[in-house]
Structure formats: structure tokens, C-alpha cells
Design a binder for this molecule. Sequence first.
Ligand SMILES: [Zn+2]
Length: 510
Amino acid sequence: MDRITIFDTTLRDGEQSPGASMSVEQKLEIAAQLARLGVDVIEAGFPISSPHQLEGCRLIARQVRGPAIAALARAVEKDIDCAADALSEAEHPRIHTFLATSPLHMEYKLRKKPDEVVEMAVRAVKYARNKAAEVEFSPEDGTRSEVPFLCRVIEKVIDAGARIINVPDTVGYTMPSEFSDFLRAIMEGTPNIDKAVLSVHCHNDLGMAVAAVRAGARQVEVTVNGIGERAGNACLEEFVMALSVRSDILPYTTGINTRQIYNTSRLLSNTIGFPIPRNKPITGENAFAHESGIHQDGVLKKRETYEIMTPESVGRDASLLVLGRHSGLHGFKNRLSELGLSLSEEEAKKAYVRFLEIADRKKEVYDDDLYVIVSDQLGHETETYGLDYFNIQSGNVAVPTATVRIADGAERHEEAATGDGPVDAIFNAIDRALGVQTKLLEYVVQAVTPGKQAIGEVSVSLEIDGRKFVGRGASTDILEASAKAYVNALNRWKAFQSVRRGDDESNDVV
Ligand SMILES: [Zn+2]
């Protein structure tokens, strides 16, 4: 199988997304993750454009090992000098130089005649060749260039030493079949094309991702999460998984460790504060969620019925079944049993009717709602406990001490306890107030929204009587969110106790 080179430009073109700029340290962190992901080339920046860009490239070139490190340069000496300087400590440096070749760009932007453009490109490539082992050349606005002229430029720069010819669809204009024909025409019209690797660089303005590989391109320039100028670039994870899922018609390999995809996508999203759209392919929250009853039923019977790839293959744990109006009885009952809620056939049917009423008003029904539905069905109140108030005394010399008051129906339980830290003290005080024995399995804090006023979401996972219960709490105060999450988990435990049946053998409540 032919191997496709993955050239990642998240840190260069991707960072050009309005609002996506990263600090030098953040770039280094992303670059290190890209190396773990297994990309072949990291385009670290455009060094001449700012001191910050230069510094970022330099740091990545110095510290990141494995992938080749590329830096962008216009086809002029000072840009190339600057790129070479930025890459001086790289293991495998690559200078990526570009010059526009479309009539529009040559006439209005460069104000140069075609012959001058050819000469300038050749000079730049020769110059770069003396500064770095690998030189990539891009005819900017390639897809709006005339094929005979493009072939002439490409032939000359290959002779001058360019080893990668990257054809960019700079403005995101070309259609997939047109692009294939265009690339074939370039390959046919350039006699020495076999001495270079043909690469493509696509944007997503019209929703067209990379369609060029079948026409002979062997490098693709992509970004994580598809970030980039305007509507973004072709998306790394979508391209890689397309090769993987459709290997029957796309017999190409890459060096990507697909199990690192989800982590990489989340890391970038958190770093630049661009949330991943729920419906984004591969890494969006809903990418493996099935709502239609027919789909849910199918997935439960055999996953491949409605999933063309597994969530595990991209580093996600399991597919999430979001219950909604279209969920069938089978999906509903299955989720209940995953939650440790076991009902008789008769009760389940009644609860399902109630569930449909709620789902009619509320698009998505979450697990919390299911507890309410099920306990309603059985005539119980779900929320046994409520957090009345809590008080914390803490500091770097004092022993953290918490006082809590928990509402339990008409009763109030108040207790104080100490702990290793304020969160531990709160949890101990709650345990003591309610007289429960728990084991904390997991405690995770994350910001739901970016910025200083961020809401922190805490999720805890507790073991009680050998079973696992998860609780969540949100607040702008992390301690309050922690207390809420803990009480929430205890409420789930109570809800579980009130609906549990002796014949239930399942072990986890997640
Ligand atoms: Zn671009």
C-alpha cells in the first residue's frame, strides 16, 4: 500500500483561524501531542511574520523529535533566512516556500509577469536548498492557475531542488472531481514530477475536503479539528479515518496512531477555547450517539449496523446513547439497566410511557431524568438529600475543616469534619452527617465555559456497598460544585436503593 505523508499545519494555517492564537508554550504542547499522534511533518509557523512566530518555531524545532519540522517562507531571501534560523536546531528541517501562480494573484498582488514569477520561484528554491535538506514549494492559489504555466513552474522548481510540490486550493474553491482532473493534468504535463512528492492543501469553504489522493497526491496538508483560515482546512482526523474506514477503495496508509485522535482534538479545543461542535465528525459529542430507536436497537444488536468505525478506534471509550423521543423501548430499558435501575417488564412499560411524555417536551433525556422517571413510576421522590449550606475553613497552615448541613426530607443533619484539603473535609463532613461509608474512586474538575467567570463542573465517582455511583455538580465555586456533586452521587445511591430488585446482578452504576 502507498503511504500518505501527513503534513499537519494546525500550528501555522490553523493558528490563522481568527481567535485561535496560541502562546509559544501552548504551541509546544500541541506539537508534542502531534508527535505522539504520529504526524510526519509539523508546520510550526511562519517565522518572518512576527517575533512570536519565530520563537514558537524555534522552540518546537529544538524540542520536538520524530516528525520533520517545517517553517513557511515567501519566495524571498529574508523570509528563507528567517525560516532557516528558526529551524536551525530541528532534527529534520523543511523550508516551505510559496509564490502565487494564478493570473489574478500575479497581476494584482505580485505585479509580476509570469516569466518573472518562474525566475523568482527557482531562485527561492535554490536558495532554500542551501539552507535546509528538504524544500517544499507551493504555487499559491494553485487551483486558479493555468495548467500549462503551473506545469512549467513545477518542472523548474523540481530541477532547482524542491522535493515536495504542494498544490494549494488557497481559496477553497475547487470541486473534488475537478481537483482530481486538475492534479492528473499536472502530473501528465510535468515530465519530472516523479522526482517530487505531490501534496495538496485544501480549505473547507465549500465543504470540500481532501479528494486528491486517488489522483496521485501522496502528502496532504491538514489541521486538527479542521481549524484554519476562514472556514478552515481539510481536517486531519476526518481524512485519516476516511482512509481507514474505506480502505477497500482507498488503499493507503499513514503513520497516524488513530487512538490518539480524540485526545489531540480535545487538547487543541481546550487550548484555543474553540469548543468541538456536538455534531462534528469523529470527535464531536454526538459522533457516536444514536437517537433513533431503530438505530439504537441496531447498535445494541450489532454495532456495525449503524457505526462505520468504533469509538475505541479513535480513542473514545464507548458510544453514548442519548435518549430522545425516537428511542425505542429496547434502548430505554438497556440504559436503565446500565444505570443499575432494574424494573419488571410491566414497570418498564409504564415508565417508558412516562419517558415518552417527558421526551416530547425535552429533546434529550439524560440519566438524571431517568432516575426521576423511574422513581416517579414507583411512587418515590428521587432527591432524598439536599445541600442546605456548607462552610469551610482552610489555608496553608490550618487544618481544613468543613461544616455541612444536609436536608433529608423534613430532617436536617449537621456535622463538621477535617480533611487533607477543603474538598476532602467537605466529603468527610457529608459522610458523617448522613452516616454513610463511601470510597471516592474519582474526582474530576473541568471548566464548562472559558474565561474567568467559568462554571466549574465537578464529577465524582463513589463506591457504596460495592457499587459505583457518579454525581455531578456545577458552580462558579469549585468547593460548592464538589459538595453538590457528592450529594448528587448519594441521591443516585438512594434512588437506586429505592428501585432495586433482588434479582439484579449488574455491578456498575455509571
Ligand atoms: Zn491555507
